[in-house]
Write a protein that binds this ligand. Sequence first.
Ligand code: GAL
Ligand code: MG
Length: 974
Amino acid sequence: MTDDALIALRPWEAPEVTSWGRLPMNAVDRRSGALPLDGDWCFQLLPTPDAPVGGAWSSAYVPGVWTMQGTDDLPQYLNVRMPFPEFPPHSPAANPTGVYERELDVPAEWAGRRIVLQVGAAESVLLVHVDGRPVGVSKDSHLAAEFDLTGLVAPGSPGTLRLTVVKWSDASHIEDQDQWWHGGITRSVLLYATDPLHLADVTVRASHAGELQVDCRVRDAGGALPEGWYVSGELDGLLLAQDAEFDRFNREDDRVSDFLGEARLADTVPDVRTWNAEQPELYDLTVRLHRADGTVADTARHRIGFRDVEIAGRDLLVNGERVFIRGVNRHDFHPLTGRTVSYDDMRADLITLKRFGFNAIRTSHYPNDPALYDLADELGFYVVDEADIESHDHAHEIADDPRYLNAFVDRVSRMVLRDKNHPSVIVWSLGNESDYGANHDAAAGWVRRHDPTRPVQYEGAAKLDWAAADDASDIACPMYAPLEECVEHALSGRQTRPLIWCEYSHAMGNSNGTLADHWAAIESTPGLQGGFIWELWDHGILQRVNDGRPVGRGGAGLYDNGVAAPGHRWAYGGDFGEVRHDGAFIADGVVLPDRTPKPVMYEHREIAAPVRIECFRHEGIVLGNHQHFRGLDRLAAEWELSLADGRTLTSPAELPDLRPGETAAVPLPFELPEDGGEAWLTLRVTTAGDEPWAPRGTVVCAPQVRLREAVPHVPVAVRNRSVEVDDDGLLVHPLLTRAPTLSLWRAPTDNDELGGMAARWRDWGLDAPVRKVAHIRQTPGQVTVHAEYVSEAGVVRHVQVLTAVEGGIHVAESAELPERLDDVARVGSVFETIAGLDLMEWYGQGPWESYPDRAFGAPVGHHAVPVDELFTPYLRPQESGGRHGVRHFTLSAPDATGLTVVLDEPRQVGVSRYRAADLTSVTHHDELVPRASCAVHIDAAHRGLGTASCGPDTFASYLVAPGVHRWSWTLRAL
Ligand code: GAL
Ligand code: MG
């Protein structure tokens, strides 16, 4: 075929063509010993795939997306809608096509060897040419494609390799995942050599009983089986049972033209150390292909784990245990490189997850880089490996379209063939949001026959009837199904298979309300086993504000703690001038774009606590081990007693020897002082030694129990001091620049906006009610102000009783919400302080941000955080920085002046450099201008956060009800 012939075939509009000239997928890792071809390549971007290649070359870095490397083709964010109107299998005429070229220097010593090109990933169609000769085509943007270049390249003399990458194709219609659209070669390119007769595949089965079976395939594209060759296996340096001679191979095909043979090694490992996510024990397996004289012709290395996965009734079992799936959905993402993620970044992702109590990953929505699975094996994660199929916009047409049948089976089977030897992979997923059709059944059939050792899941199949037993999913894996429906199903007696959300608790902006309620139900309801939070990343791309360009690879150091450097911002949908886009819906992760954990991560860590305080009884504190496999031996702990009067006492803790599921009582570590008020006991649990994912002393969890209730605070009124108010009845106070008024509003969160609540609040006028003073009554040492807050929704009556008390002013308030205001953001006071108060110290839950329905496990104690750091820089500014369960707090300047507030009961408090109106008036964090003062909110009631941006809202119990709310607080100067 000539150069142009391949282009003339227009493979980008032929869904039946999944590849041409591509080698079969296999699980033999060829990365070590390979010749890397990463680096700067000659590059040009054509307007269409059939445009002539010009003479003007620029350069592009491989691996990388051109959309973030200075071209005019920029990233575009769309969720469901395709970026072009053409129906499948068509693509638009304007179709950016990247031509990558470089010289190939094949080492002279590779002469006589089989030479293979591996392109790690390219989206969406890859065409390969060597010296102008067409070599092959590949689709499937998240799996490697290999091509045999033997005979096309001459070892020792240079040749030219051209990789043409067509952005839009028939394949785009099944790669319609909710993420940025890019184009480019996103994973490494390499060249390797083998003997002509080589290990073509290795399939490992290793059970938790220690049985090992290794199936080896050898192939010679042009030869026949030579006499006497054999394979051997070594496990952690020990030779596996007898070598299998080729004669014992089951020859599938020994035609001289293409020899393929199979041999099996089988052994049993005594006292095997089994693999699980808590104790990811791995063994080094080396498989060697020997020539007749014993010399080694080929080697395959695997790190394998002995473990079983099975479904028993409605439980998914790992090594016989019903493990909880504390999962997250992970996209490949980096703020500088888009879809290209380095090994170090993948490792950092997984380490972060491990430190925050996650044990599972769904590779939403495509197979990841091979290194990710190595890391999951090593660090301990259960992986749901998902095929690169999402036809969201045209789901119904494609699911049964036979033109796409091949692509479905190809994508699923290639994933399975590549990843089958990873102990971390416990479930295969057929893809995402592609309706359900015959193409899925075909793919499921392939997997079930080829790998009966793992279940298959597909949300689109199971959603038709969670209780069905004969569809393409072995697991009911709903998305965002409300908790009560799941519980009801589990209790219905109809459940036939495990229920594990493939997506739940949508993390867009300030979100993840009711996560702890979900886990309370999961842990107490047989049949519920966990799920995967949507999602790990806020996909904000680092962008220069002045020219709107992505910063790209050179941008390391241009962000810190979740915030982009001045002149930069985290771009979301629409920020690259896209006309069609889905805005900030791309920012829906539990980490900010630089992997700074959002507050929900800390809550998750506590929800997943391996050690818990079950209760406090007369005989002491009852501790429980909530792991599935491990004892408490690799954990250290310390007790901390936190008293409301400001004292914190610590003492070393001895963790009892507990097997999973066991509990034991330990004596109370402290004699509780008679005085000191409310008392909380915390067990600070840390890693006892260095772990691969955390150095010694890293916090694992901090379970807590209250030992003594609070003593009510009774302020003592003084009559000899007056309270000053202005003509409007507003408090005049030297520490306040804005007097306390009533607040019914918060800067809407993404959940508030997309769930429709914010629109109602605006319709009601709650963002700017008009305050009218109805009545001011003054008596010695006390002022009572009756005000009305008038809005579209009616009148909210507000009463403030300001009383001079010892050292300050006591403020007792009430607000009466008419019935119509049946769901508001908050009811409380808001005021502003003088400038210079930079430090917030409080007794209450913390130190991280918390809200009524996201306050689990933030320990009650004495916390101190600079005011600037209270705020979480959510990409689209919104309500942020709140702290739940605050009993008292101070705001102080470095010279220790400032104010203190004592609350009548634990309340939601927000201290911020921004007013709610500041936050709502901008679209990106970089537009915010911090005020010198603090805007302080004290809430009688604050609405839960829920997850309504995509999924259920908060529970009714976290809503702010109409009627009368009362709260009081005391303000004192320090
Ligand atoms: C799901 C989908 C994800 C993402 C999420 C919303 O429906 O599978 O890819 O779009 O919703 O953020
Ligand atoms: Mg989708």
